[in-house]
Design a protein around this ligand. Structure first.
Ligand code: T46
Length: 134
């Protein structure tokens, strides 16, 4: 099964009015977006995620505030800090991930290459670890 993580910098179109970022299918995004969702008003001390996906590709962007994305694949654990809207974290497939230390104002935007499908989730860590070695 595929597992990959890439931090993608986005081109900033800034001028004296402020900033603008454009995201386009198959141009600066590596897939066609089928679904967009966002996570916000996360309560203090709450962590989310605790799953991997079998096939889904997603890009996580902190469009406001900050959040840590804790990722694990192939026994390697990495923490990515998303704290500006000019970068996105591409998570492909079998990456166990949690979102932690949300700032109170955080709006985490997620672009996904497929529709919501609970069957694509692995929510049991032991099953994730087994699946990594198949
Ligand atoms: C992920 C991380 C980054 C839907 O009905 N449709 C959707 O598109 C999504 C994403 C969720 N839901 C429902 C399923 C649950 O009843 O919303 C509820 C909360 O979902 P969940 O507990 O999976 O949320 P998180 O924050 O733990 O994980 C989410 C995504 O589900 C997941 O794919 O990678 O954000």
């Amino acid at each position: 099964m595929t597992a990959n993580i890439t931090l993608i910098p986005f081109e900033l179109h800034g001028d004296d009015r402020g900033s603008l970022i454009a995201l386009e299918n198959q141009r600066n995004l590596p897939f066609d977006i089928k679904r967009v969702y966002y996570i916000y008003a996360t309560k203090t001390g709450i962590s989310r995620g605790f799953h991997a996906h079998k096939n889904l590709k997603q890009i996580l962007i902190a469009v406001k505030g900050s959040v840590e994305i804790h990722c694990e694949m192939h026994d390697q654990k990495t923490i990515y800090l998303l704290d500006t809207p000019d970068k996105g974290l591409l998570i492909e497939g079998m990456v166990w991930h949690t979102m932690e230390n949300f700032s109170p104002d955080c709006v985490l935007l997620v672009l996904a290459d497929d529709y919501y499908n609970e069957a694509d989730y692995i929510r049991d860590y032991a099953i994730f670890k087994q699946g990594e070695h198949v």
